[in-house]
Ligand binder design. Sequence first.
Ligand code: 3EB
Length: 339
Amino acid sequence: MSSVPGSVPRPALHPLSFERLRLSGNEAASNAAWLGGHWMGDTPDGLPLPLLAPTGAVFDGWLSSGDLGQLQRHGPARYRTDGQWLYGLVEIDDREIGLQAAARDAYATIFEILASSACPHLLRLWNYFPDVNLEVQGLERYRQFNAGRQDAFMGAQRSAFEGAPAACALGSRKGLLRVNFLAGCLAPLAIENPRQVSAYRYPPSYGPRAPTFSRAALVDVGAGCSALFISGTASIVGHLSVHVGDIRLQTEETMVNMAAVRDSAASASGIYVAAEDMIYTLYLRRAADLGVVREVFERAVGPNTKAATEAVYLLADICRADLLIEIEAHGFQPTGAAP
Ligand code: 3EB
């Protein structure tokens, strides 16, 4: 590694990688080498969302070549770190304290963990909680969640606007507020979508406090690679939901938005990640839409690509009551830089 005279040389990154494992039988995946991850489908510990496809169970896991150490606990959170990457899960019961306080506590816990670690930079968050579109005491639960999340960012002196991490937020069937998080030692580059108003600038008609996320995050993951994390993306243009009630058009518009995010990342960084080189998770509000969604999605990424064959489809409520689909993706891209 070349270093500028007088500068402190940065230690080499332990490359971060990802694997999506599909388990059809009862083979057990060893968790030993994983930084962390989550199960989907037919497992006791999985996301509380029905898996529409494929059948069986799927594990999405993050790996690092560093020394992973023990699983650590901090209040309601569990996490693991190799000193350069950190993956964790925090779960909070909102039934007594309300969802706004639960979201604030979940994020405050995450920020405490990051502050005491070598990984201060949040890259990606996965938020799940039940009854997202249910109005409780005059405010939709998703909007209560946004209020608590923004409170926590501000309370920790973190930007709740430009530079916010990539995220998704989906409605689960049951259970606690659950936030999975991935953080690193290097700051990501936040990416926006020129076709959409930044979520953190949504007008107050979408709730008293805006959602805290960027459309994507691009980060150096070592070994001459960058990772692009595209946040949950939906059929929104400007700040408006479009094609209300039409699953085919919503899916098409969502793929156009994801292409715009990939283009925006390329303009900002020179790093272009092709649609077919990404790993996708598709969240559908209605199980009956699977056929149409699959058709549109597979046409967009190429029918026989890894993107198409490895995609995961989950049943979930979407943050806006008028949206039927949300799609997220991430991909790794060689940058040509020396590792
Ligand atoms: C949207 O674009 C659709 O609140 O963390 C997508 C991704 C959505 C993340 C979040 C919400 C979130 O506004 C909903």
